[in-house]
Design a protein around this ligand. Structure first.
Ligand SMILES: CCCCC/C=C/C(=O)SCCNC(=O)CCNC(=O)[C@H](O)C(C)(C)COP(=O)(O)OP(=O)(O)OC[C@H]1O[C@@H](n2cnc3c(N)ncnc32)[C@H](O)[C@@H]1OP(=O)(O)O
Ligand SMILES: NC(=O)C1=CN([C@@H]2O[C@H](COP(=O)(O)OP(=O)(O)OC[C@H]3O[C@@H](n4cnc5c(N)ncnc54)[C@H](OP(=O)(O)O)[C@@H]3O)[C@@H](O)[C@H]2O)C=CC1
Length: 273
């Protein structure tokens, strides 16, 4: 593996990556581990976590530098247990990447209360529970920490997935609040917003036709990769970047600036005739 970053950039550091068994999370865990970090990954399904650990092992990361566990970030008890496991094994957490998340497409008028709640819990609540746990048990006592929240491209709203748009906007606002509250504790908090145009295990479920729509709405005219998102996450997590906090960095090929980003019925169809 080659890296943009200097070898050993994360030596002696511990990184916890939620949703690290697949896609952007796995690419991030791989880059951090390659740069010397001990990495802990989690997800709801242990088979995905184990596949992630196997992929890291195949890349030459020694078993003693990684840990995987099942943890649903929506459940505070599971979050507490997993963070406890990481601290018991590695003794510290320097970097937290809140990458776990997801949703399903649905028009707002057809969304059940349970469906709304499932997505808010998954993306907003889960991120807060994990962040608070890691900050209070590891980063605030150590007076040091780097948190990177993975959101989505929501600057134009998220018609067709309004629940996730609201949740991700909430995480971006949380990012700004915590950047200020925890500056005094030596903790930097930033977010990375991937465009709706990253080819990954996650977007595979949306199908090629939709991916083609998003590609055509991307000024750079191609889909991004999990590695391209991971690189920005790793930059924000590194000590080389110590004057950036409370920022939201897009990794989107310019998608917010142009085009129909998401295929929902044209809201102006009737007026256009
Ligand atoms: C090219 C397009 C790019 C789009 C940009 C975004 C990309 C990505 O985010 S990639 C990552 C994608 N990965 C995922 O989304 C996977 C994670 N998603 C989930 O796990 C679910 O969507 C979840 C967040 C809702 C969690 O599901 P779960 O805990 O299993 O929820 P429940 O089964 O308890 O369901 C609760 C509630 O939600 C309704 N629901 C769940 N899935 C769907 C669905 N696919 N379609 C419609 N409704 C769904 C479910 O019906 C429940 O409500 P009730 O209707 O009251 O039963
Ligand atoms: N790819 C893209 O274009 C975009 C992605 N994103 C966001 O980027 C992040 C990574 O997505 P990507 O890699 O593409 O897709 P993946 O579906 O591969 O990654 C999502 C990961 O999160 C885990 N996860 C989901 N819900 C939970 C939960 N409640 N608790 C713990 N783990 C959970 C999943 O594991 P498991 O199922 O085992 O729990 C999975 O490993 C997600 O937040 C996604 O929504 C945002 C915008 C665009």
């Amino acid at each position: 593996m080659q890296s943009l970053f200097a070898a050993g950039l994360f030596s002696d550091q511990v990184a916890l990556v939620t949703g690290g068994g697949s896609g952007i999370g796995l690419a991030t865990a791989r880059e951090l581990a390659y740069l010397g970090a001990r990495v802990a990954i989690c997800g709801r399904k242990m088979d995905k976590v184990e596949a992630g650990l196997a992929a890291l092992a195949a890349d030459g990361i020694p078993a003693e530098r990684m840990l995987g566990g099942s943890c649903d970030i929506r459940e505070p008890d599971q979050v507490s247990a997993f963070v406890g496991q990481v601290l018991e094994r590695f003794g510290r957490v320097d970097v937290l990447v809140n990458n776990a998340g997801g949703q399903f497409p649905t028009p707002a008028e057809g969304m059940s209360p349970k469906g709304w709640e499932a997505v808010i819990r998954n993306n907003l609540n889960g991120t807060f529970f994990m962040t608070r746990e890691v900050a209070t048990r590891a980063m605030i006592p150590a007076k040091r920490g780097r948190i990177v929240n993975v959101t989505a491209m929501v600057v134009r709203g998220f018609p067709g997935m309004s629940h996730t748009g609201a949740a991700r906007a909430g995480v971006e606002n949380l990012t700004r609040s915590l950047a200020v509250e925890w500056a005094t504790h030596g903790i930097r908090v930033n977010a990375v917003a991937p465009g709706n145009n990253i080819r990954s295990s996650g977007t595979a479920q949306y199908g090629e036709a939709l991916l083609e729509v998003t590609r055509k709405a991307t000024p750079l005219m191609r889909l991004g990769t999990p590695e391209e998102v991971a690189r920005v996450i790793v930059f924000l997590a590194s000590d080389q970047n110590d004057f950036v906090t409370g920022a939201v960095w897009g990794v989107d090929g310019g998608q917010p600036l142009w085009g129909d980003i998401w295929s929902i019925p044209d809201p102006q169809a009737e007026a256009k005739g």
